[in-house]
Structures are given as C-alpha cells and as structure tokens.
Design a binder for this molecule. Sequence first.
Ligand code: HEM
Length: 286
Amino acid sequence: MAEIGKPNLVDFFPLLEKIDPQGIRRRVTFHFGKLMKLFDGLINERLEEKSRFSSAKSDVLEDFLNISKENPEEINHNHIKSMFLDLFGAGTDTTTSTLEWAMAEIIRQPEIMEKAQAELAKVIGKGKIVEEADVSRLPYLQCIIKETLRMHPPVPFLVPRKVEQDVEMCDYIIPKGSQVLVNVWAIGRDSTSWEDPLVFKPERFWSSDVDMRGQDFELIPFGAGRRICPGLPLALRMVPVMLGSLLNSFTWKLEPGIAQKDLDMEEKFGITLAIAHPLRVIPSPI
Ligand code: HEM
C-alpha cells in the first residue's frame, strides 16, 4: 500500500511512463504478484469448501464464483483476482486514512468528541457496538465524517483524467490529450465556498444539504461523474461504523506530554493523503 500511495512522477508527467524513474511500477508489480497468489489461495479454499458443504456463503467472492460458474466466458478467475486487487487497493488506505484524520481532528477538539459520544449514548446506548443500521440515526457522526473528507480528502487530486477533445474553460484552452488533475484538497479549503475553511467544524453541515455523491462540486472527495468511487456506499457505512464504535466504547487521549494544539497534522502527499506521523492515542474504556 505504501508503494501505491507514493507520489509517482509518471502521474504528473505521463511521458516518463516507460522509464518508471522511481522504480514504483517494478516494485508494485512484485507486490501485486504476491497478492494475486494470496487471492488464488482464497479462491481455491472457497471452491474446496463449496464442493464439501452445500450451504453457500453470502459475500462478494461467492457471487463472483457463481457468475463465473454459470458464465465462464464473462468472468474467469483472473478477472476475480484483478477485481479484488482493485477493491483492496482502492478501499483500504482511503478508509483508514479517513478514520485516522477524523480521530486526529476530534482529539484536538475534545468538545467534538463529547458531542459525538453524547449522540451515540442517546441513540444506541453507551458501550454498544455501532451497527450499519444505526448510521442514519447519527447525524452528528456523519457531519464529522463529511468535515474530515472536506479537509482531508484521501485522494487529493482524484484519479488523473485525459481530455478527449479541445475544451475551452474560463478563457483557457485545454488541448486534446492533456492530463487533468482535479485538486479536491484545494476545493475543500476554498474560502469562496467555505466559511473559515481551515477550521474543523462539523456543525457547518448541520443544516446543510451538501452531499458527497458528486452533485455538489464544492465537496467531491469521492470524485464525480461516471468514474465516481464505486465504494462510496460501502465507505459511507463502514467509516461511521468504525469511528462510532471507537468513540462509543472508549475515550481517547494523546500521549502524556503532547498538548492538543501541538498534535502534528502534517500531511504526507501521495496518491492518498495520509497523516505524515501516525497518530498515537491512548484509549480508556467508557
Ligand atoms: C473514505 C473512503 C473512500 C474515498 C474518499 C474514496 C475516494 C475515491 C476517489 C476520489 C476515486 C476516484 C474517483 C474519480 O476520479 O472521480 C475512487 C475510485 C475508486 N474507489 Fe474509492 N474511495 C473510498 C473508499 C473505497 C472503497 C471502500 C472501495 C471498495 C471497496 C473503493 C473502490 C474504488 C474503486 C474500485 C475505484 C476506481 C473506480 C474507477 O476507476 O472507475 N473506494 N475512490
């Protein structure tokens, strides 16, 4: 994941693709090979299980294998492994980085943590694990996640796009074939769209219907259009479940000797925008 996340000069200067100046493609190919072997193992294990027991599991692998059995021309095992590689690559760092930034922001402002914990206690009861079905009843938790994705979009430039024909925009001509990056990080911090853009303030979404599904261009951490993140519905369930569970079972503090205002919020730039120095926090049970 660290290799995938590294800033790759090729993304910004496509001419360098053949040279692979940082050796990223070479190393990633090696790691992907190992992952493919791991997926091979999972597929074989499941096929063996299926041949021994009749009860079917209900998950993505089961669905893919069933489609592949009925229609091997459409999906074969290589397709399944490649899809897993995509989902694994695109779904892990993005989700963990969102969670880590949310925790870092909340720890810097304990009143936000208290407010979220009060909501959790009222809606589902202190100490309980948050379930997917609870998320829609936790509006403040959802505001925290929106605010985190506004300030810390895990994919700061989205995925590079290529212009298919000359485009004229705001007095500029973008020539056919240009690679275009969309700076979502800057859009989320633009003072023409956001009041106090550098302040982490979940309440700004309290009475706002700006959403993240690619319609409101001031907030597009999942992208927009045909290539919008297909993991959006999963992420918008999973991240609140994880964050809510952490906040509903524990209270979190920084290590002794580090003041909230001194918490290092430096960003490590790459395909994903991680916190530069991993967050170290101490839980105490609620
Ligand atoms: C907070 C979590 C996540 C964020 C912020 C996020 C964000 C993004 C963004 C910005 C893109 C590029 C969209 C574009 O260029 O318009 C993308 C693509 C993608 N995401 Fe996510 N993502 C997240 C979680 C996930 C999860 C959990 C999965 C799957 C399990 C996933 C799967 C994918 C895939 C497969 C693509 C490539 C789609 C394509 O090329 O057409 N993402 N994501």
